[in-house]
Design a protein around this ligand. Sequence first.
Ligand code: CA
Ligand code: CA
Length: 88
Amino acid sequence: MNALIKVAALAALLSATTAFAQGTEPAKTGAEPADYSKLDTNGDGKVSKDEAMGDATLSAKFDELDKDKNGSLSTAELKASAEKRKDK
Ligand SMILES: [Ca+2]
Ligand SMILES: [Ca+2]
């Protein structure tokens, strides 16, 4: 009786594992920089200081990342920060 329960449990476990594996999407490469485009709520291609508030890390580094001090982070400025992080 006990053996039968064990077999049934094992079968259930195996089918659950298979279902999980099939439902899992391929892992992302991880090389992708953080998606700051979603912070650009007004869609002008730049992240303003207000928009940066949506990301604590970005908000904290805003002044440092805003190289030309124009009050917004351009794609180039964001890309530079992503590449800087990659070095570490
Ligand atoms: Ca914007
Ligand atoms: Ca800027």
